[in-house]
Write a protein that binds this ligand. Structure first.
Ligand code: PMP
Length: 430
């Protein structure tokens, strides 16, 4: 695909020098100081925020970028001929380039800004899907998908007469690769998989699964919502065709996310929403569309949020990612050990390769009651079905408690969680 001249270089949003590059150390206390929200007390206790899989807190760098944008550069993009319009457009296109660099895209034209992972997945289903999937074809997903990576495919399959096939997971929450492979065939048009499960924490071996899927000519769509904050993503190494994620799970603002797609696929895809900005010319009898990615961005895009997302990416890339990953691994293992000491606790999801957090149930206490008592102790966790009802049913539960970690969490936060669970047990005396 030809470089679009309107796509600005990414220089503006390149991360500064890595804070701890080469040192192999991650200073969690220094990082915590970047997040004003963490300083508050809730119900009289210092906040322990363990609901990062739902959304992350925002560092000062992101808050400052949003403020700077609204104070200085606020204008609509790609239309104004005035200076603010030029600045806003440069910032928005710079953010696109930053996202491209962040996921290892070949160029910024492969990045479509969306409202989030959900909209990105719907875009693929409605645009690529309706153009390429027909009656008798099959779409394959895994049993551990979030509803955002199930419902769009159900809608597509119902609309075109295709069939949704589901690859099972084993008792640990690991995808059954043999069963997955057995589902693939000449009818498989799309394989859509979570990079990391939000309900179990399982990381799927996307590169290996993509090789199998592509051998059958299927297109591979990856839901990266739970992966991007925790591990560097390289779409080329993953070998997928589309990659979707949300900014707000990545220390960025709500209201923005991105879809990466192979340039050749995006170029051949029809638009899915119509409106301003995605058209070159409109008459009563004809309409000419802009090329990708603009063709997929009808209306005023999330300009400020994209600028905030670029700041979040720069913030994250400012850390030594290997050191950060080691910190998060330590936290996950420390939490697993701590949770194992809690009487009556059953872990839901025990994959050897886990990322981000733990889901569990406590015998005799509803997850919502667990979360309510923990909230009273100042510990914020999520309770519910996590928009992944099929996989919870697979484990015979309707809801779990989920404690999920961000870069700013410490072992002391895990200690507060475990102490809070002791209070839960005393409260309910199960
Ligand atoms: N996929 C996964 C695995 C998720 O965890 C989430 C958010 N919970 C989504 C998709 C949807 O993300 P969003 O609501 O930001 O569109």
């Amino acid at each position: 695909m030809a470089e679009n001249p309107r796509v600005a270089p990414r220089a503006r949003f390149l991360a500064g020098p890595a804070r701890s590059a080469g040192s192999g150390a991650f200073d969690v206390d220094a990082a915590r100081a970047d997040f004003p929200a963490l300083r508050q007390r809730v119900h009289g206790r210092p906040l322990v925020y363990l609901d990062n899989a739902a959304t992350t807190q925002k560092p000062r760098a992101v808050l400052a970028a949003l403020r700077r944008h609204y104070v200085r550069d606020n204008a609509n993009v790609r239309r104004g001929v005035h200076l603010l319009g030029e600045r806003a457009t440069a910032a928005y296109e710079g953010a696109r380039a930053a996202v491209a660099h962040f996921v290892g895209a070949a160029n910024a034209g492969e990045i479509v800004f969306t409202r989030g992972a959900t909209e990105a997945l719907n875009l693929v289903a409605q645009s690529f899907g309706r153009a390429h999937v027909g009656a008798g074809d099959e779409v394959v997903v895994s049993e551990m998908e979030h509803h955002a990576n199930i419902v769009p495919w159900q809608m597509l399959c119902r609309a075109v007469g295709a069939t949704l096939r589901v690859a099972p997971v084993d008792a640990r929450g690991v995808l059954d690769e043999a069963a997955f492979a057995a589902l693939l065939g000449a009818r498989t048009k799309i394989v859509a998989l979570a990079h990391v499960s939000n309900a179990l924490g399982t990381r799927n071996p996307i590169a290996a699964l993509a090789v199998r899927a592509r051998a059958h000519g299927a297109i591979v769509v990856v839901d990266g919502a739970q992966a991007v904050a925790h591990a560097p993503v390289d779409v080329a190494a993953l070998g997928c065709d589309f990659y979707a994620f949300s900014g707000h799970k990545l220390y960025g603002p709500t209201g923005v996310g991105a879809l990466w797609g192979r340039a050749a696929l995006l170029a051949a895809m029809p638009p899915w929403q119509g409106g301003g900005e995605m058209v070159r010319s409109v008459g009563w009898d004809e309409v000419a569309y802009e090329p990708a990615p603009y063709r997929f961005e009808a209306g005023t895009p999330p300009i400020a949020a994209a600028v905030g997302l670029a700041a979040a990416i720069a913030y994250l890339e400012g850390f030594d990612r290997a050191a950060l990953a080691a910190h998060e691994r330590d936290l996950l293992a420390y939490a697993a050990d701590g949770l194992a000491t809690v009487p009556g606790l059953r872990m839901i999801g025990e994959a050897p390769d886990k990322i981000g957090g733990h889901s569990f149930v406590l015998a005799g206490v509803h997850p919502h009651d667990v979360a309510a008592v923990l909230d009273g102790e100042g510990v914020a966790v999520r309770a519910g079905h996590h928009c992944a009802q099929p996989i919870l049913r697979r484990f015979g539960v309707g809801a779990t408690v989920r404690a999920s970690f961000g870069l700013y969490n410490r072992r002391a936060d895990v200690d507060r969680l475990i102490a809070g669970l002791a209070v839960v047990r005393r409260t309910f005396d199960p």
